[in-house]
Design a protein around this ligand. Structure first.
Ligand code: NCD
Ligand code: ZN
Length: 353
């Protein structure tokens, strides 16, 4: 039985690290384990141009020890008004690798997102010319479409036509959750997908197990168990189209445990351990390194990391919460607690450096 895993240092190709005190709490585990992480731009206001991305990247680096080698890779937030100049500037910036498409209203802080893909076709064409990658939150926003069908509708309404119109545009279908998304990615060229730990471990039943559980609420929402099983097969298949992206999306307790709680699951505290457990449960630990450390870098046309990380087989308990320093001194510190995925539960693997 394997009790130690040594992997090429992995990358997290989809993460929200926020800003301010939340960022100071969440950035450390990612920077210690991962060589690079693709930083999502859905701050308020959004990170929509190269100048803002550089400032945001600097603030992330400043929150880390000077000795850290962690490399934040930036994605710019597409809006209806993104200009061709912004695309050119992004192509010239070594720290920006692409643009994030949030359909307006699809998820947390997506209000400034794109109202219709037809409006940004010249920008997408310019991105393809400059080999910039489009990262897609793939859900339609029509409130009449059932929340569990929004990803598959997005494939039919947006991705299929887009694939035909700009075949050269590299697309990452982010945090896929359904069999339909797996099939679409498998069948088309120039498209890869990230898969989160939570979509590999949970189904929609977990949101409602014995009551409503806001810490399992994320977007795209957890789907039926059959989709989870299909995702497990895809992630462990050895296909280079599927790679690691946690979509770790921390919101403090006050924003999660509320009558209208935010979407997002905080998983960065022990991300690689989650994937190790999942791959082990599929008897596929031999496929973990490529999923976590090779396929994403290859898709993005970046060199693979050369460092190594180790995980040890040992049982340990995830803390019930991580304390974020309240930004408003009058706030109850409880409201600023971050409840991580698997809070208080025992894990089988531990990242040891
Ligand atoms: C993300 C967030 O909180 O920023 N939430 C989530 O549920 N995944 C936004 C997103 O990626 O959809
Ligand atoms: Zn996300």
């Amino acid at each position: 039985m394997t009790d130690k895993l040594v992997l090429t240092q992995p990358d997290d190709w989809h993460i929200h690290v926020r800003s301010g005190n939340v960022m100071h709490t969440v950035i450390k585990p990612t920077a210690e384990c991962f060589g690079r992480a693709l930083i999502m731009p859905n701050l308020v206001p959004p990170v929509a141009d190269v100048k803002q991305a550089k400032a945001y990247r600097d603030s992330i680096l400043q929150a880390l020890p000077q000795s850290s080698l962690f490399d934040p890779v930036m994605s710019l937030y597409l809006t209806d008004n993104t200009s061709l100049d912004t695309v050119r500037a992004a192509a010239d910036c070594p720290h920006v690798c692409g643009f994030k498409l949030y359909p307006a209203g699809a998820t947390t802080n997506s209000d400034s997102g794109v109202t219709s893909v037809s409006r940004i076709m010249p920008v997408l064409e310019a991105m393809a010319e400059h080999s910039l990658v489009l990262q897609v939150h793939g859900e339609v926003t029509d409130p009449h479409v059932d929340i569990f069908d929004r990803e598959s509708e997005f494939i039919d309404q947006v991705l299929l036509p887009l694939r035909t119109e700009i075949p050269a545009l590299k697309i990452v279908f982010e945090h896929i959750t359904s069999r339909q998304a797996i099939d679409f990615v498998t069948e088309h060229e120039n498209i890869g997908a990230t898969i989160t730990p939570h979509h590999l471990m949970y189904s929609r039943n977990d949101i409602f197990a014995g009551g409503i559980r806001p810490h399992y609420y994320c977007l795209p929402i957890l789907k039926r168990r059959t989709h989870m099983l299909a995702l497990l097969d895809a992630a462990t298949s050895g296909s280079p189209k599927f790679f690691l992206g946690t979509d770790s999306a921390p919101h403090v307790r006050g924003k999660k445990e509320s009558s209208c709680g935010c979407a997002g699951i905080y998983s960065a505290h022990t991300a690689i351990e989650f994937y190790a457990e999942v791959f082990e449960s599929m008897d596929a630990l031999d496929k973990l390194e490529a999923f976590a450390s090779f396929y994403g870098a290859d898709f993005y046309g970046m060199s693979r990391n050369t460092g190594k990380i180790s995980l040890q087989k040992s049982s340990w308990e995830v803390p019930p919460f991580y304390q974020v320093e309240p930004e408003n001194k009058n706030d109850d510190p409880c409201l600023w607690e971050l409840v991580p995925l698997r809070a208080g539960e025992t894990l089988r693997w531990k990242f040891v450096g």
